[in-house]
Write a protein that binds this ligand. Structure first.
Ligand SMILES: *Cc1c(COP(=O)(O)O)cnc(C)c1O
Length: 465
């Protein structure tokens, strides 16, 4: 059975069950697998003929062996991934993978849905129940709320800043009902987060079993390896390595890709594209870590992160150690990281240009997050093309011509989630995906509360007496 260690190195190893149900390690570190299971190349190639849920099962069973029966895992995968995962050719061998067909039209559905169902499995075994308490500034809350909606043994409370969330984002949470309670707080996102933290630490609420289910949960990370396998197997005819471009904020998506590579997926490079929050590209280049404080506001708003919460995981994969505050006690192998990763920051102007040009030249519609990834890929290709040409001139007999590796850029949200920006740039309004189509008509239900812990505590006590 695979054990999970804490990146801070001061907590005992645990199994997937404990890592999943607790979220964060007691020393505030992040859980990572002690050993990374390998998937043989022939098996990866054979994924070509398998459905997405089958590939998810084949990848994830390596981590759940001995904990979740095989046929149960198969059922969970079928339940989670009952939507399309389109691969769209943009030009040449350059593709978009659209991870936007889940219930909230965000790639976060991939991780959150599986995490919720694995939790349900473990809770059913011990006969327990859990209250997920989370604060959201938008996208995460709705993906997590949808993921837990109607999942037995779990109740969910979502706090959001009433004035900082768009109507569409709010409706994605407030129209669910059932086991999902939504509370609009008269404050900022940071206030909501502070209320949640206080509740977790409050001895008077000690009877209620809380979990945060946030983006650092390993249960969200592991399923984010699966779509890398899926894309490679579907698109790679031979055995060659691919390039993935990942628009990144908290680095959960890219850590999923990194794990897939360590599991045996042939990837030559990850392009890690951030928006103007450029702490990671700088870290890789300068070997010195500095958060961006306060984080910069960009149109790819789910990536406005000045200190990526999953960064300690990436550092750990390269032999280093970084704690939750960003302090590096052991540097990672930067040279190896730079061989595997091309990191860059894409500003809003380049993001908008990518949306306009990709539509005009290739009729492929991007939204701001995916556009950061796409712009990153284009810059990488331009630069590596120059390098290849230069080498081609130096080394006799080599040529840059005909050299076009498989490149896949990840689109993490549906353009219809950003109607104002897209309409302004392209002059057309993106059609809503079926999952969001009747959103405007659905009835909303949520509480309003002051930014006061006393009020919030009594509300929780009423709900979970
Ligand atoms: C969360 C999010 C991202 C960033 O993903 P990370 O795993 O945090 O790097 C990118 N795009 C969208 C639409 C998101 O919601």
């Amino acid at each position: 059975m695979i054990q999970f260690y804490s990146t801070n190195g001061r907590a005992p190893d645990v199994t997937l069950r404990e890592a999943l149900l607790t979220g964060q390690a007691p020393d505030k570190g992040l859980y990572m697998p002690r050993e990374i299971p390998r998937v043989p190349r022939e098996e990866i190639v054979a994924f070509r003929d398998k459905s997405y849920p089958e590939i998810a099962h084949a990848v994830l069973r390596r981590y759940t062996e001995g904990l979740i029966p095989d046929d149960e895992l198969r059922r969970l995968c079928a339940e989670c991934y009952d939507f399309e995962v389109p691969l769209e050719r943009v030009h040449g061998n350059n593709w978009l993978m659209r991870l936007d067909r889940g219930p909230t039209a965000s790639f976060k559905d991939f991780g959150a849905r599986m995490m919720a169902r694995m939790m349900r499995h473990f809770l059913a075994e011990e006969g327990g129940e859990l209250v997920i308490l989370t604060a959201t500034s938008g996208d995460t809350g709705s993906a997590v709320a949808h993921a837990f909606h109607n999942v037995e043994r779990i109740s969910m409370v979502v706090l959001f800043p009433v004035k900082e969330v768009s109507a569409r984002q709010r409706k994605q949470m407030t129209t669910l009902g059932g086991n999902v309670r939504v509370i609009g707080i008269d404050g900022k996102f940071d206030d909501c987060q502070a209320l949640v933290k206080q509740a977790f630490a409050d001895p008077e609420l000690g009877r209620i079993r809380f979990s945060s289910a946030n983006s650092i949960n390993i249960g969200r990370l592991l399923p984010q390896s699966v779509y890398y396998f899926y894309a490679w197997a579907r698109l790679q005819a031979g055995d060659a390595e691919a390039v993935f471009s990942v628009p990144s904020g908290n680095f959960g998506d890219m850590c999923g890709g990194m794990l897939a590579r360590r599991m045996g997926l042939p990837v030559s490079r990850f392009v890690i594209a951030t928006n103007e929050n450029d702490e990671f590209p700088k870290f890789l280049a300068e070997e010195r870590y500095r958060k961006v404080e306060p984080s910069r506001v960009c149109i790819s708003n789910a990536m406005n992160v000045g200190h990526p919460s999953n960064l300690p995981r990436l550092v750990a994969l390269y032999g280093g150690q970084m704690d939750e505050t960003g302090a590096v006690s052991r540097p990672p192998d930067f040279a190896a990281m730079r061989r595997d990763i091309y990191a860059l920051a894409v500003d809003d102007e380049a993001t908008r240009r990518a949306i306009v040009e990709t539509w005009r030249e290739h009729k492929a519609m991007l939204e701001p997050h995916g556009a950061v990834g796409w712009a990153g890929l284009e810059r990488y290709l331009k630069e590596s093309d120059q390098v290849t040409r230069w080498l081609g001139g130096q080394v006799e007999g080599t040529t840059a011509l005909g050299h076009s590796p498989l490149c896949i850029s990840i689109e993490t949200a549906h353009p219809a989630k950003f109607p104002e920006e897209i309409t302004r740039l392209l002059g057309i309004e993106p059609a809503l995906p079926p999952a969001l189509a009747d959103l405007d008509a659905r009835e909303e239900q949520y509480d309003n509360g002051p930014n006061e812990y006393g009020w919030f505590r009594s509300r929780l006590q009423e709900l979970f007496r």
